[in-house]
Design a protein around this ligand. Structure first.
Ligand code: ADP
Length: 308
């Protein structure tokens, strides 16, 4: 038993090592941020051994389940994880893996699609506000309010459908939206929502490989969409829009993680570690019962034991 524990201990990264690993991908201020400085194929080989990575992937799921239970019981904080990515970067698979151990009652996943008539009749943050996680829960946004400064920025014709009054559409529109998002997230943080944002950073070459794999395998055909291929033609415009969005909204209380996405295992490891680190920092505890509640439990026990 001791030997097993020893091995687990040597495989575990210390909190300091984990912070160092995450700091490599965490962006908390936008000044000077350039997407080009981030390598989509990075696996931080000098900071973590393959054995440690393997161990973290397995142990992380369990640890997250424990923390989520306390988050739920404590019922004070909520957690919002925003996932944004270019097509085929692995958003869905990452969410599925990272959340695989947690109690579904404590998690809500919202996938934001092309807005429908009701959504278009409102301001762009409206649908995000409606989907926010209540206290004690983890909310996952699979795409988010960022689409309104990404796909809409790359295809300004979509803006037409949003029916903004003409006089409000000007050169500053994107900066104004980005500032609105930063303000919204600061507000959430001050209300007790832990905001974590993940950009799964995929290389253009790896996207091509994954698209081809979808075409090669009949089981993956459903995942292939010619619309995704059309978006690939706008690669540079998307990268520029992502860079501007991350730079304008990265903040200590709403950090971005620019997660390398060319290796799926590494994407999962970083997202899982970021979530665990954030929950760990909250020092979550199952709330102790007061004397009245304790007495009620004792009475319940006595009653059950007296049953025949
Ligand atoms: P996913 O690619 O996330 O698995 P879909 O294939 O259904 O899911 O794609 C959702 C689509 O909805 C994406 O093309 C995305 O750009 C689009 N979308 C999301 N939000 C908006 C928005 N606010 N305005 C326009 N299009 C949006």
């Amino acid at each position: 038993m001791d030997a097993v524990q020893d091995v687990a201990r040597t495989l575990d990264l210390s909190p300091k090592q984990v912070r160092k690993l995450l700091d490599r991908f965490r962006v908390t201020r936008g000044k000077g941020f350039r997407l080009k400085d981030h390598d989509p194929a990075d696996t931080a080989g000098h900071l973590i051994t393959p054995q440690q990575a393997h161990h973290m992937l397995g142990a992380g799921v369990e640890r997250l389940a424990e923390l989520q239970e306390k988050l739920y019981a404590q019922d004070r904080w909520s957690v919002l994880c925003v996932f944004q990515a270019i097509d085929a970067a692995g958003k869905d698979g990452t969410i599925k893996h990272v959340m695989s151990g947690v109690n579904p009652a404590g998690v809500q996943v919202t996938s934001f699609k092309v807005p429908g008539p009701e959504e278009l009749a409102h301001d762009f943050l409206w649908r995000s506000v409606r989907a926010l996680p209540p206290r004690g829960r983890i909310g996952i946004f699979n795409r988010s309010h960022y689409e309104d400064v990404l796909v809409v920025r790359v295809h300004p014709e979509i803006l037409e459908r949003q029916r903004l009054p003409r006089e409000l559409i000007g050169r500053k529109l994107w900066d104004q939206r980005l500032r609105a998002i930063a303000g919204f997230e600061r507000y959430l943080a001050r209300q007790g929502t832990v905001v974590l944002k993940f950009f799964l950073h995929l290389s253009k070459e790896e996207q091509k490989r994954r698209f081809l794999a979808r075409l090669d395998e009949p089981d993956k055909h459903w995942k292939f969409s010619t619309a995704d291929l059309a978006e690939r033609d706008h690669w540079d415009a998307y990268q520029a829009a992502y860079q501007a969005a991350i730079a304008a909204t990265a903040a200590p209380d709403a950090p971005w993680f620019v997660v390398p996405a060319d290796n799926k295992w590494f994407t999962r490891l970083i997202v899982g570690a970021a979530l665990i680190e954030a929950l760990d920092k909250l020092d979550l505890r199952i709330p102790p019962l007061d004397a009245v509640a304790e007495a009620r439990l004792a009475a319940a026990r006595a009653r059950l034991e007296a049953e025949r």
